[in-house]
Design a protein around this ligand. Sequence first.
Ligand SMILES: Cc1cc2nc3c(=O)[nH]c(=O)nc-3n(C[C@H](O)[C@H](O)[C@H](O)COP(=O)(O)OP(=O)(O)OC[C@H]3O[C@@H](n4cnc5c(N)ncnc54)[C@H](O)[C@@H]3O)c2cc1C
Length: 402
Amino acid sequence: MDIDFAPADIAFRDEVRAFLNAKLNARLREGAANTPSVFVEPDLTREWQAILNQQGWLATSWPQEYGGPGWTPVQKYIFEKECAIAGAPSLPVLGLKLVGPVICKFGTDEQKARFLPRILSGEDYWCQGYSEPGSGSDLAALKTKAERRGDTYVIDGTKLWTTHAHHANWIFALVRTDSTARKQQGISFLLIPMDQPGVTVTPIVTMANDHEVNQTFFDNAVTGLENRIGEEGQGWTIAKYLLENERGGSCAAPALLAELDRIEDFSRSEPSGVNGAMIHDSAFAQRLARLRLEAEAFEVTELRILAELVKGRPAGPQTSLVKLISANLRQAINVLALDLFAYEGLQLPLSRPLYGNEAPEPVGSRAAQLALPTYLNGRAWTIFGGTDEVQKTIIAKQVLGL
Ligand SMILES: Cc1cc2nc3c(=O)[nH]c(=O)nc-3n(C[C@H](O)[C@H](O)[C@H](O)COP(=O)(O)OP(=O)(O)OC[C@H]3O[C@@H](n4cnc5c(N)ncnc54)[C@H](O)[C@@H]3O)c2cc1C
């Protein structure tokens, strides 16, 4: 699809391309291409994060005064697109795209000075404590409580599905500070250090064999009053702001289109068993074309939202539309990749990583080895950040006014 960008944007695109050519080394490209999970491991993200930070191109959604690059939404889109085409590793979103913007918007000057530079440098690695057993879609039902004692909060309870909590040294968490108020009103947003006796992280290994998520327990864990973001009881407002960023804060279409290109490349050599290569199998070619059309149409939707942002309007509940479409497209693309590799696509390697010297030997190609782990891991796209049903309810109520 051709989009008419202004000459300055085209010059910017060329600058980004030159930068990626020079800085995105083979190890990073290989690691990113061969990561089947949604989250890339810190051994890769740290290196890429440091390179981007040095360039001042890391925190693309932060205001310039706190370390953002000061890009227009169009520049941000161009950057994401070029990174997707070049195969750059995705960055740790929990600090950079979730809690970082929250601190920029709701944090005190002291909190900004303390936390933002450490997110940029990678010294702090964050995880997210929203969901609990019995409180996922109905987030406001959360029970983890924080009690004020002197100049600290004492936290008891548990958080579930905490992505990369085993790597994190900080967690941002929604906690109940008032159990007598209406359920949305008694919630506060706390930053809690992970490295203390009151915090325990237990792994949850998923059906794809990835250790990506955990359960995190708080047993008399403590954090200072100065680590509360916003007022006591303001947690729900902050939580909603963060979720809008989580659902639509990035540009998803370029990565989908890049993945379709990759699948098309492989289909030129993958035998169909009947008609030469898979690309000549009309049923396969039709599915590929259909998904490409859907991804291109989705890119137009993202660009329309971008145009709103350029005019200074908030992205708002349309982010639910972005989350819904991109999650379902990703899953459909993963099924296509699985079908492309036929029986070789059914291998499920037990160890990680699938890049570098430790990677287990694939049956057939590395791409075939990735198909099933990527498909299984990708089932979570329609769950985390709010399930499809939750997004549809938001769209029905807040976008369509039903
Ligand atoms: C891989 C992965 C990583 C995650 N990472 C994190 C993380 O880092 N931090 C974090 O806090 N959370 C995380 N989550 C949790 C995620 O946000 C929740 O799983 C999600 O919000 C759904 O909640 P639940 O699992 O409790 O399911 P439930 O809310 O129990 O939902 C079960 C089913 O019922 C449906 N349903 C529920 N309520 C309604 C309704 N009102 N109308 C229609 N249908 C409904 C849902 O759509 C779903 O199909 C992660 C989840 C996964 C799978």
